[in-house]
Ligand binder design. Structure first.
Ligand code: ADP
Ligand code: ASP
Ligand code: MG
Length: 834
């Protein structure tokens, strides 16, 4: 049963004298009393304290869940409840045997067994009558704390056990138990008038003020027990001991780069806890805040670190971040009251909140457009249907008159809040927040910022929660490192090299650039494998074989979209048109694309334009530098020239490493046909060398470049002046190999003639003012294309600025290593290293 924290119920006393000077309250959560090792840590921590302490203890880790779960099973008449019960019995008895001093063991075992027998009888009753009332459930769940505190009181030296049911008193409001502070504070003071060295108190449990029935303070309520005690007794500090190093910038279980916040104000802590930072149960803050008693969050497993200090003083965040933390609630529903009949009508909101309050429904976020035609409230999923029903009833008349519509309920949502006192009067935070979400492709369904400017909260689809938290954390906090998540498809020569290069560079990038390259998915033609935390690149091939699943472009696409991972890039090292056709889907989901594959950028102009437009609109990247000139920075250079206001008037270049190799190889002793075969055998050419010789590959490159230079062009627009007649490209490849020697003589003639004139042949692609052609060119020894060794590429770019002397880029134009390096450079440019 949830507890509502009721401010009115909290008596505002003038600060009182300390009952006992320098008394501390320590609370150890379930995570701190889950195992022998952790209980020994608790013992060590408590016994090292000199001043009197009250130690509040939760149930053993996981026991509260198990008690609730087992009672549900029993209430269905399912005998399997006994298994759950047996497990719990064993766990407690084993802990006693492991940890309680031998002399006390039999006594402790006996009393514990008695309690467990009682529990067993209650379970049996639930099982037999198949009924689980709230009262019975509250009784069952209380055994968690009753057992743990009893056992631990025999582990910590000189500890005296108290029963919190005797002094934490509740009353019932709207079906929920709330603390009755008047009686509780009085009883606490009476009970602890004199304090032993160590007072051991079970957290969470309480009893009804009138009936004495067992109640509790709601899930996570031990924190609250400790806070109530600390406030009532004017403790010097409230220490919350848990399993993390302190209050962190976000839940470390979701954000691996979250870090400990050294100081928080009460207000900041309250805002973060209210929005789901489970590390402290939300109502906990108020009692100590009111008495100005600081809280320190500490780690039972790492007691030497200082943790987080929460007080009424405000301190700017570390790393100069304007926000202190991010928290979230993943069970959110929005209920919208809407209708033209609301506009300008006074009292609609009053009626909404009155109706909800009368039914005990807690609203944690409200948003109303200034048009006043709708008010949206956020409630927990468990309250959503009831909220819609009571509002439909409240506005029954207006609905029948068509002035207000039926309530609209949206489920499966999550709420995220960013919190920090420095947000006050700092412009641009909301802009940065929503810009970040936009870039991650996450749309905001509702949002609210209080006038206090300490918290901005917004609601999104639940499936986007992890991605939203990661993106915001990345954007607002100078984390230890930034993460870029990579999906790679194609593990052939280029893809394989790329993975090697990434693996080699990973430590350096992490150290020098604080960039973590996380390869989260790898696919080859047969199989694919994914791992959110990153794959081990040492043995990805083996992983693919043993743990990978069968792949297809559609399966690959589904899997990537389902992972919905933030800051991610899809890297295509295949030559597949099916894979190229996935880019649009990925870009639309804000996944950047890096393609070594030329198909998309050289496909129809319309498709190229769509991809460019999506990436521009979504502020992500579609990069394909290696489509032309392997690792040479040609596209990048052109883009930079144009972005700085230059115009590309003309370019010409040699882009076919294969053809260049052939022309460089032909000699008196090596004929054309032989040179082609050598290129084929050395792996320089495509498996079918006609793709190179027909100019197809060069045309693709030319089209990509012309488009990047700002011209609208299709492959069919390129004028082809080929050096091999069309007839050779028809028929089978075997036929081609048989026929090609017919051209040898003519070529040899030509070569000799050119050699006499000191000229060489080059296969050149040219663009001038949007007109494109490919063909042979004779160059003399003064021409920049004359000296072009091996499979090198060269380009001369003439622009308005580089006019008289064109810009030249020259170097290796083929090869897996340089191509992979070019792909790598594209990936790094997406990471946007800070
Ligand atoms: P305990 O059993 O000690 O009460 P809880 O599980 O209730 O422990 O709370 C500790 C957990 O809170 C941490 O393990 C962590 O996963 C989670 N948590 C959520 N948000 C935060 C945050 N902002 N800082 C630290 N921990 C958080
Ligand atoms: N044992 C209770 C729970 O798990 C209370 C607590 O641990 O704070 O909710
Ligand atoms: Mg807790």
């Amino acid at each position: 049963m949830n507890i509502i924290f009721n401010y009115q119920n909290f008596p505002i006393f003038a600060p009182q004298k300390l009952v006992i000077d320098q008394m501390k309250v320590l609370k150890f959560g379930g995570t701190s009393v889950g195992s022998v090792k952790s209980v020994l840590n608790v013992k060590k921590i408590v016994e090292a304290i000199d001043e009197p302490v009250i130690v509040v203890i939760s149930a053993l880790g996981g026991i509260t869940d198990q008690l609730l779960h087992t009672s549900k099973i029993a209430s269905k008449g399912d005998i399997a409840y006994q298994d759950g019960l047996d497990e719990m019995v064993t766990r407690h008895l084993t802990l006693i045997k492991d940890i309680v001093p031998v002399v006390e063991q039999s006594k402790v075992l006996e009393r514990t067994t008695t309690m467990l027998d009682e529990l067993e009888n209650i379970f049996k009753g639930v099982y037999l009558i198949k009924d689980l009332s709230q009262k019975t459930s509250d009784t069952i769940v209380s055994y968690g704390e009753r057992l743990s505190s009893y056992i631990i009181s025999h582990v910590i030296k000189d500890a005296k056990l108290y029963d919190s049911r005797h002094f934490i008193k509740t009353v019932k409001q709207f079906d929920k138990h709330i603390v009755d502070f008047e009686s509780t504070n009085r009883l606490i003071k009476e009970t602890f008038e004199s304090l032993p060295n160590v007072a051991l108190v079970p957290g969470f449990i309480s009893s009804n003020k009138e009936s004495g029935e067992i109640t509790n303070l709601g899930r996570g309520g031990s924190d609250y027990t400790a806070s109530i005690l600390a406030a009532a007794l004017d403790a010097s500090i409230l220490e919350i001991w848990t399993d993390v190093d302190g209050f962190m910038t976000a839940d470390p279980k979701v954000i691996s780069s979250a870090y400990v916040i050294d100081r928080l104000s009460f207000i900041e802590a309250m805002e973060l806890c209210n929005f789901g930072a489970r590390v402290i149960y939300p109502p906990t803050i108020y009692p100590v805040y009111h008495k100005n008693i600081p809280i320190r969050v500490r780690n039972t497993f790492n007691p030497d670190v200082p943790g987080t200090y929460i007080s009424n003083e405000y301190h700017a965040g570390q790393n100069k971040s304007v926000i202190k933390g991010i928290s979230s609630i993943n069970d959110t529903c929005l209920v919208t009251v809407q209708g033209l009949g609301m506009v300008g009508v006074i009292g609609v909101n009053h009626r909404i909140f009155r109706a909800l309050a009368q039914n005990g429904i807690s609203v944690f976020m409200v948003s109303q457009a200034s048009s006043e035609n709708n008010t949206t409230i956020a409630v927990r999923t468990e309250d959503a249907d009831l909220a819609a029903r009571v509002l439909n009833e409240e506005f029954a008349l207006e609905r029948s008159q068509g002035e207000i519509n039926d309530m609209i309920v949206k489920k499966d949502l999550a709420t995220v809040a960013i919190v920090g006192e420095s947000m006050k009067h700092t412009p641009g935070i909301a802009g940065k927040l929503f810009g970040t979400l936009g870039r991650a492709g996450i749309s905001v369904i509702a949002c609210a910022q209080g006038a206090s400017e300490i918290n901005i909260s917004f609601v999104i689809k639940r499936e986007y929660l992890r991605k939203a938290l990661n993106s915001i954390h990345d954007s607002f906090f100078l984390s230890e490192y930034k993460v870029l998540n990579i999906f790679l498809t194609g593990t052939g020569t280029v893809g394989g090299q790329l993975l090697e290069q990434i693996q080699h560079q990973q430590p350096k990038l992490m150290k020098q650039n604080r960039l973590k390259l996380n390869v989260v998915g790898i696919a080859n033609i047969d199989r694919m494998i994914f791992r959110r935390e990153g794959l081990d690149l040492n043995n990805y091939q083996k992983e693919l074989e043993t743990n990978g699943s069968e792949t297809s472009p559609a399966k690959l696409c589904d899997e990537i979209l389902q992972m919905n991972i933030y800051n991610s890039v899809f890297v295509d090292c295949t030559a597949s048109d099916e894979i190229a056709s996935l880019y649009e889907v990925f870009l639309n989901k804000n996944i950047s694309v890096v393609a070594a594959n030329k198909i998309a950028a050289s496909s129809s102009y319309a498709n190229y334009k769509i991809l460019k437009e999506i990436s521009r609109k979504r502020d992500i990247k579609f990069l394909f530098e290696t489509n032309v000139g392997a690792g040479l920075p040609i596209i990048n250079t052109m883009n930079s020239l144009m972005n700085s206001g230059d115009h590309i008037l003309k370019f010409e270049g040699v882009f076919s490493g294969t053809i260049n190799y052939i022309f460089n190889t032909i000699s008196e002793n090596i004929q054309l046909s032989q040179a082609i075969r050598m290129a084929f055998e050395a792996g320089y050419s495509e498996p079918d060398p006609r793709i190179d010789l027909s100019g197809t590959d060069v045309i693709r490159k030319l089209v990509v470049l012309a488009r990047e230079a700002g011209y609208k062009l299709e492959q069919a627009d390129v004028v082809k002046k080929l050096f091999i007649p069309d007839s050779y490209f028809k028929g089978s490849i075997e036929n081609f190999w048989k026929q090609i020697h017919h051209l040898d003589r003519e070529f040899e003639e030509k070569r000799k003639q050119l050699a006499l004139q000191n000229k060489r042949l080059r296969f050149v692609a040219r663009m001038e003012n949007g007109t494109c052609e490919v063909g042979l060119m004779e160059v003399d020894s003064h021409h920049p294309f004359y000296e072009l060794e091996g499979s090198n590429n060269i380009i001369l770019i003439t622009t308005e600025r580089y006019h008289e002397f064109p810009m030249i880029i020259k170097g290796y134009g083929a090869g897996a290593e340089v191509t992979a390096a070019g792909v790598f450079a594209d990936i790094i440019s997406i990471a946007n290293i800070r």
